[in-house]
Design a protein around this ligand. Structure first.
Ligand code: AMP
Length: 397
């Protein structure tokens, strides 16, 4: 397996699978260019070492072939500005224009292809389609971690056309290093902080973490399935009735493995799911009819922050409460601040999963933790131990 640092790009055309699935407003202006900026180191590495770059990505979910509103064209000028060089555009990712323009591409030049998902063959992982993309270039770089769990033509199948010339870009490399750090090289005490709405979407990761961590801190809506399972009164808080046995089993497994599971001891209750709701703090078992839990309470914050500050490895996935609403964000803010403090004192911290990333960004703490994963579903699957086709396609070679 090659890597982007050692590969000789001189005189080569590199086709790079990037994640340029950025939000656009009505005027086709990019409202958040994080994903484009995140791809720059990989693109610049190829250009700086004598290669040329062909960029391919999806944008949105076009259902029936080419659709103007999903065109990649509005991304050309912003990318050119970020790279400070011209970016050419082929209005069909495998058509005549793509073939001609990539053939004419010279060292240091950049070509962007039109949306891959204008072809159904992309998501279906069709070999012929992947081969047409591969034919445009001399080597393949996958730098789209967010789609690495999909066996699509551009994320997985295409690697077969480059048995000796496929590699990860810096983004995926960074994600894998960060996740492998917590999965295989964790220093102890290792604490996983798991929050968010539901147990059901986190159960596999909870089970896998039971094999690795010393502490699990539970927060957010998923708390209440555990509390109800243990006989507490949860009032109108979120609950998954069908998972009460699963919750009991997690607690039993944890005890057997010597993992300490922390559940909140107190909570902020609201009389409606609204930032302007009336609120009060109660013990966690004292939920009330017509009130729902929206954040962890002060005692819990203190308890959790102490555990976090004494940890050497920290994985955080999922908010402690309804952090999108100002009055219910205190628990999530304090946990994020403690992770930042622990990191400053030498702990390794990985934050991942859509909502914890949104939270850490909202609190301006992204640069105070060791790594913020942009992977979402792909990150969860990797941590759960599933094989990601896009990773295997390159690592397996
Ligand atoms: P997830 O995608 O499962 O990580 O869940 C994130 C969502 O869980 C966020 O939108 C939070 O607002 C929500 N959430 C966190 N705590 C609670 C709670 N106590 N009740 C309802 N929703 C919650």
């Amino acid at each position: 397996m090659h890597n982007i640092e050692s590969y000789n790009f001189s005189g080569k055309k590199a086709i790079i699978r990037v994640d340029f699935n950025v939000p656009l407003n009505k005027n086709k202006e990019i409202t958040d260019d994080t994903r484009i900026r995140a791809s720059l180191p990989t693109i610049e590495r190829v250009l700086a070492t004598g290669g040329s770059v062909i960029l391919m990505s999806h944008l949105g979910r076009p259902e029936n072939g080419p659709e103007e509103k999903y065109s990649m064209r509005p991304l050309v000028a912003p990318l050119a500005k970020l790279l400070n060089r011209e970016v050419k555009f082929a209005d069909d990712c495998i058509g005549e224009s793509a073939v001609r323009m990539s053939a004419e591409l010279k060292a240091g030049e950049v070509l962007m292809l039109e949306n891959l998902r204008f072809y159904k063959e992309e998501s279906k992982g069709k070999v012929e389609f992947a081969q047409k993309l591969a034919a445009l270039a001399d080597c393949y770089i996958n730098d789209a971690f967010g789609t690495a769990h999909r066996a699509h033509a551009s994320t997985t199948i295409i690697a077969d056309s480059f048995p000796n010339d496929s590699m990860f870009g810096y983004l995926i490399d960074g994600e894998l290093t960060a996740m492998d750090n917590v999965l295989y090289n964790a220093k102890h005490p290792f604490t996983a902080i798991l929050g968010g709405a539901k147990v059901s979407t986190k159960i596999t990761i909870i089970n896998r973490m039971l094999e690795r961590v010393d502490n699990i801190l539970i927060g957010g809506g998923m708390t209440y399935t555990f509390i109800k399972a243990m006989g507490g009164n949860i009032g109108n808080s979120l609950v998954e009735e069908d998972l009460l046995d699963v919750a009991r089993d997690v607690l039993k497994q944890a005890a057997a493995k010597g993992v300490k599971i922390y559940l909140p001891v107190d909570q902020l209750l609201a009389d409606k799911f609204d930032n302007a709701a009336n609120t009060k703090v109660t013990a966690i078992n004292d939920g009330e009819e017509n009130w729902l839990g929206v954040d962890i309470g002060k005692e819990t914050i203190k308890l959790y922050c102490d555990v976090i500050k004494n940890s050497a490895t920290i994985l955080w996935n999922g908010p402690m409460g309804v952090f999108e609403m100002d009055n219910f964000k205190a628990g999530t803010v304090e946990v994020a601040l403690s992770i930042a403090e622990a990191t400053k004192n030498g702990a390794y911290s990985l934050v991942g999963g859509g909502d914890s990333v949104a939270a850490i960004n909202q609190f301006n703490l992204a640069d105070k933790v060791s790594y913020v994963s942009t992977g979402g579903g792909a990150m969860l699957e990797y941590l759960e131990g599933l094989v990601l086709p896009g990773i295997k396609a390159i690592r397996g070679k």
